[in-house]
Design a protein around this ligand. Structure first.
Ligand SMILES: [Fe+2]
Length: 237
């Protein structure tokens, strides 16, 4: 993740890769979009010798969201894999990937999510892992459901998984979302559509992956995350 992040986002924004801070159809951006010039953080904040995440490695169950409770969660079990690559296509090892998602019924364990879908006592919806030497990551989870979100009348988010990727320093963090192929809600989702370049939007859509699909067990989905460059994965500014 090289270069001042804000300049990188601005550059990508011009190319339609990053969603602009203000996307009026995505209602909450109307209030949170900055209305004054941004302040660049000093480059020292991106120094990899600065504070980093903890030294204890994630536990095995951190990347298997179906084994974090006494029983198995309800829903369609899936395996999500991919690689984290830098702008030149080189693998990024040892990056901390965190994900969070709704359960199979489309409900988050969050105080603000009170829509009438059931919580699952066997599903928290949060996981993490470190990328391996080849930049690879792997999660086992259940496919999240679509959920309503009150952005506009009858607004529904396509099924998605939120991703956060930390580089070597706390300030090297990207946040994005992974979608599932062929979702009919894409066209009506202001968050997905806030990425103006259709090719960039497609880079957030995972592919069904027969290599990781496991007979009698789980479907595999694959998404590579590219940090910058022409094929950059769109991120949330
Ligand atoms: Fe979400």
């Amino acid at each position: 993740m090289s270069g001042p992040p804000i300049e990188r986002v601005r550059d990508n924004e011009r190319r339609g890769v990053e969603p602009p801070y203000l996307s009026p159809d995505y209602r909450s951006t109307r209030l949170r979009a900055p209305d004054r010039p941004l302040i660049l953080l000093p480059e020292s904040m991106h120094d990899p010798t600065g504070p980093v995440y903890g030294e204890s490695p994630p536990a095995e169950t951190d990347s298997d969201l179906t084994r974090q409770h006494a029983g198995e969660p309800l829903g369609e079990r899936i395996i999500v894999t991919g690689r984290v690559l830098d702008r030149s296509g080189r693998p990024v090892p040892n990056a901390l990937i965190e994900l969070w998602q709704a359960n199979a019924a489309g409900r988050y364990i969050h105080q603000r999510d009170q829509h009438p879908a059931p919580l699952d006592p066997n599903f928290t919806g949060a996981g993490r892992c470190l990328t391996d030497g080849d930049g690879g990551y792997r999660f086992t989870t259940v496919k999240p459901g679509a959920y309503p979100w009150q952005n506009h009348p009858n607004a529904w988010r396509p099924a998605h998984i939120h991703f956060s990727i930390f580089g070597r320093a706390f300030t090297d963090r990207l946040v994005t979302q992974m979608y599932f192929p062929g979702d009919p809600l894409f066209a009506a989702d202001p968050i997905f559509q806030s990425i103006r370049d259709p090719r960039a939007r497609e880079r957030l859509v995972s592919a069904l992956d027969w290599d990781t699909t496991t007979p009698e067990w789980a479907l595999g989905y694959r998404l590579d995350i590219v940090l910058g460059g022409r094929d950059a994965t769109p991120v949330e500014a």
